[in-house]
Design a protein around this ligand. Structure first.
Ligand code: NAD
Length: 495
């Protein structure tokens, strides 16, 4: 452990004064300039982030490219051992990383710890996974083998809601399969990634992991760089479309983990109080800034009022405060742009629906929104039809289950959905009719490094986690052979 952390006086990386550096070709380097990083709980800058330019991006990609052949040829057990060392190093700096994560992202410290523990667990899980060679046929003299080969330089581009765990979903599979990396974090949450870079620098061979930071100006250049073979992107659907368009020129591999507007469908056989508690937790985690947060809930007419009353009670009991303050249950929104977006959606909802709880920003510094419950009138309200990404839950009534299922499916998104029922069998039948990559029944956010996660429709392409997620970092390479003796003595080309 690095010692006790005091955010105020701070002798650790979470404190102002730490010199954050980019990681290029094994060296921690200054950028061409710096930009301020804001603590969303105060709306004030607390540190400066080095900024790369195009020449630095180029150096990072070239370093990753140079390192690729040696790294990919190294025994997989050696790469696994290095990933485990990195996981151990993260664990030993857990307090430090968690405090910094809270400070730049805003989430309560306990939730920052959970993200760190999840990140360490994900890295360890990928260290144990292998892209196995498969014998597809071995009979009558025919031998067909499928190998899995790394792709080369992977660009990992991450968003601001879970800066570390979403990076581990990429770093783990990319490195264990023999790829090298250029990482670009979101401009509003770059520092935990840079701190991780210090650990990478001490543990991994030079050039295997490179980290550059930008102000939303280098992503497209990174995606289009001829030295990049694959883009592992998590972010909004709007940016995902641009990534895909830029990658098309080089027919590059892409994994796109994009936005969602996940629905919860409450069936008429549940205790509305129990269901409300679970749905509230699923909607409000990380102040609603979770790609798979419950963003709208469909409730049978008969349960509606009791269900809403419990949501309102829970909203009132939620302690909203700076994530570094003990007892804080919900932090601010991560950045000003998101804060303004959610406020605008609430302004609209005020005229179109009934605000049952919350409904406004807190009267204090920082990007805080009160946990909000809205009795929504219909699905066309932008609060319902768009990905609001805030601590706001619109509740919609339904009379007919088939109609509710079509409303759940009536979205450009298809990331996940949840069904709440006392009959798992009934819920499973309904799950089969939901257009989403994942349907959770009576649970939410049950993510596991061994279970693949993929978005349907405009929520993404390809996926992360599990063996399927591992394979996304490889190219199948088939060797199909027969013995020379199988060829007849007079066989001619074209015969
Ligand atoms: P964003 O799309 O604004 O930014 C994501 C990243 O893309 C940032 O690093 C950004 O700098 C970079 N970027 C910006 N323009 C780019 C370009 N033209 N080319 C390449 N990269 C570019 O997303 P955000 O606001 O940081 O994150 C929130 C979004 O992420 C939400 O929509 C959320 O649902 C989604 N998300 C999805 C998942 C998932 O697994 N499906 C997980 C978390 C978040």
């Amino acid at each position: 452990m690095t010692g006790t952390i005091s955010l105020e006086t701070g002798s650790t990386a979470a404190a102002a004064g730490h010199a954050y550096r980019l990681l290029i070709d094994g060296a921690l380097v200054d950028g061409v300039s710096t930009f301020p990083v804001i603590n969303p709980a105060t709306a004030q800058p607390f540190a400066h982030c080095p900024k790369a330019d195009e020449a630095m991006l180029d150096r990072a990609v070239l370093a990753a490219g140079r390192t690729f052949s040696g790294w990919s040829a190294s025994p997989v057990e050696e790469r696994a051992a290095l990933l485990l060392r990195l996981a151990d190093a993260m664990e030993s700096r857990l307090e430090d990383l968690a405090a910094l994560l809270t400070r730049e992202q805003g989430k309560p410290l306990a939730q920052a710890h959970m993200e760190l523990l999840g990140s360490v667990g994900t890295l360890r899980a990928f260290a144990g996974m292998r892209a196995e060679t498969r014998v597809l046929r071995d009979r009558e003299g025919s031998h067909v083998v499928e190998h899995r080969r790394p792709l080369g330089v992977v660009a990992a581009i991450t968003p601001w809601n879970f800066p570390l765990i979403l990076l581990m979903n990429k770093l783990g599979p990319a490195l264990i399969t023999g790829n090298t990396l250029v990482i670009k974090p979101a401009p509003t949450t770059p520092l935990t990634t840079l701190l991780l870079g210090e650990l990478c620098q001490a543990i991994l061979p030079a050039g295997v992991v490179n980290i550059i930071c930008d102000q939303n100006d280098l992503g497209s250049l990174l995606v289009g760089h001829p030295g990049v073979a694959k883009i592992a992107f998590t972010g909004s659907t709007a940016t995902g479309r641009k990534v895909m368009a830029t990658a098309a020129e080089g027919v590059k591999r892409v994994t796109l983990e994009l936005g969602g507007n996940d629905a919860a469908l409450v069936l008429d056989d549940v205790d509305p109080i129990v269901a409300a508690r679970k749905v509230f937790a699923g909607a409000m985690a990380n102040a609603g800034q979770v790609c798979v947060a419950i963003k709208r809930v469909y409730v049978p007419e008969a349960l509606h009022d009791e269900f809403c009353a419990e949501l309102v009670r829970l909203a009132g009991a939620t302690v909203v405060d700076d994530g570094a303050v003990p007892g804080s249950m919900m932090g601010p929104l991560q950045n000003e742009m998101q804060f303004e977006k959610v406020k605008a959606l609430l302004d609209g909802a005020r005229t179109r629906g009934t605000i049952l709880a919350g409904g406004a920003a807190l009267d204090r510094l920082g990007y805080f929104i009160a946990p909000t419950i809205v009795a929504a009138q219909d699905d066309s309200d932008p609060l319902v039809s768009e990905e609001q990404f805030g601590p706001v839950l619109p509740v919609l009534r339904y009379r007919d289950l088939d109609d509710a299922i079509s409303r759940v499916n009536d979205s450009i998104y298809g990331l996940a959905a949840t069904i709440w029922s006392s009959s798992e069998a009934r819920a499973r039948e309904i799950a089969a009719r939901i257009d989403a990559g994942t349907v959770w029944i009576n649970q939410h956010l049950a993510m596991d490094p061994s279970i693949p996660f993929r978005g349907a429709k405009q929520s993404g392409i390809g996926g992360e986690l599990g063996l399927a997620g591992l394979h996304e970092y490889t190219q199948a390479h088939v060797v199909n052979s027969v013995p020379l003796a199988n060829i007849g003595p007079h066989e001619e080309v074209g015969s």
